[in-house]
Design a protein around this ligand. Structure first.
Ligand code: ACO
Length: 406
């Protein structure tokens, strides 16, 4: 549907491409998607193999550096993540100033932006525009943001639920540490049960990177202005918050709760077909086939239900999927379950509050954002991102005459 914008002489000047349906804006080597075949690869490795064989930390190293780590590189990477995970005391105070009912995503985005003011010696607006030419400076920001993300998430959760802080434990892995910091004594949820830690680790891996989705494109867009990386990541968190993107996992569970039972599914599907509602967790800009991550998550759900009991809403979700996949409306438009369709049900079964689900997307996706930030800075073709518009507003007109203000 590209429309060509021509000059008065008929020369093609630009293309009009709302939503960038057909526009490539960078060369990348981080992840590969074939949306028609339902393929996703990180640095060439199929997502199915990574989910089965790697840990979050190994995958983070792979995405950031292009190759899997050796044993000693992995040890050093884990040690550095732990070294950088401690947040500034001012950040703790800032988080504690929010109301208990503030949305966790608003708190996370604001906290990340605050971080941008705490490290002036690595901020291009203060330390000079060349500061990120030094790869050691860049690497330090990467480790700090990756290391702090689960700590910030846990601090937000514990503040909202009126609990004191559980500090990070350097003897634990990334995901287990996060569970441990969320933990409330005496509750089944968040207790670092190895099977649940494994399930969350796989979920984190599946969310780490997904080429130029809305929030990753936002990271590159913001980075192109030369702003500090904390502000660029805060902007990406803002983009991910929306229900069409990372907020969909929260929206799916709210939708399933509203539908309530299997019997109500046909009525709901009819309202979707009439355009009154969206089937949240369905559809994707790139996948016109089953999202490979959704396939893996569907299987993972059973592992979690074996430990914590079956989440009753899964029956509604499975019925929705069954009805939608055999309905002409969804078949014609190639609408399949995406990553968010079943992930929320797992988070719910694990005991996370519904409005916390997008945070469980942000924490791992930070890896992808930082990998793209790094790649963008190394790209000799990088330029400030500045698309054009097609102006259809009023022609020249004179402002109404009257008294001059000054
Ligand atoms: N329910 C009902 N109809 C849908 C849905 C849906 N979830 N998604 C797309 N459609 C329909 C549209 O109405 C449109 O129909 P039309 O051709 O009759 O106008 C057609 O399918 C094409 O949809 P677009 O909106 O043009 O597709 P686009 O690529 O722009 O949007 C998006 C993709 C935003 C993901 C969309 O499918 C959607 O809103 N899905 C629900 C929200 C969701 O689950 N988001 C998470 C996506 S994955 C992620 O970001 C992590």
């Amino acid at each position: 549907d590209l429309k060509q914008i021509k000059s008065a002489e008929g020369q093609i000047l630009r293309t009009y491409d709302p939503g960038y349906m057909n526009t490539c804006c960078c060369v990348s080597r981080i992840s590969y998607i074939d949306g028609d075949k339902g393929i996703l690869r990180y640095r060439g490795y199929p997502i199915e193999q990574i989910a089965e064989r790697a840990t979050f930390e190994e995958t983070a190293f792979l995405l950031l550096h292009g190759e899997l780590p050796t044993d000693s590189q992995l040890k050093e990477f884990n040690r550095s993540l732990m070294k950088h995970c401690h947040v500034h005391e001012d950040v703790k105070k800032f988080i504690s100033s929010f109301r208990h009912d503030a949305h966790p995503m608003a708190m996370f985005a604001a906290t990340m932006a605050v971080n941008g003011s705490l490290y002036p010696s690595s901020n291009p607006s203060i330390a000079g525009q060349d500061v990120y030419k030094d790869k050691a400076v860049r690497n330090e920001q990467i480790l700090r943001i990756l290391g702090q993300a689960p700590v910030i998430g846990a601090l937000i959760h514990r503040h909202r639920s009126g609990q004191t802080i559980n500090g990070p434990d350097e003897s634990l892995g990334y995901t287990e540490n996060f569970f441990n910091m969320m933990d409330k004594k005496g509750e089944v949820a968040y207790r670092p049960n190895p099977k649940l830690v494994h399930a969350l680790d796989v979920l984190f891996i599946l969310h780490q990177e997904h080429e130029l989705n809305c929030s990753t494109a936002a990271t590159r867009h913001l980075a192109s202005s030369g702003v500090d990386v904390y502000t660029a990541i805060a902007g990406a968190i803002g983009a991910l918050y929306g229900p069409r993107h990372g907020g969909a996992n929260e929206a799916v569970v709210r939708m399933l709760e509203t539908i309530g039972s299997k019997e109500e599914v046909p009525k709901f599907i009819e309202s979707v077909k009439k355009g009154e509602k969206k089937l949240m967790g369905f559809g994707h800009r790139v996948y016109k086939n089953y999202d490979p991550r959704a396939k893996l998550i569907r299987r993972l759900a059973d592992e979690v239900f074996d430990v914590v009991g079956r989440e009753p809403l899964v029956e509604v979700a499975m019925e929705l999927e069954r009805v939608a996949l055999s309905d002409e409306y969804f078949v014609k438009r190639k609408l399949y379950p995406n990553v968010d369709f079943y992930s929320g049900l797992i988070y719910k079964a694990l005991g996370f509050p519904t409005d916390f689900f997008p945070i469980l997307f942000v924490i791992p996706r930070i890896t992808g954002w930082l990998s793209h930030w790094n790649e963008f800075l190394d790209d000799p073709d990088n330029k400030i991102v500045r698309p054009f518009q097609v102006y259809k507003g009023s022609g020249l007109r004179n402002f109404p005459s009257g008294d001059l203000k000054y």
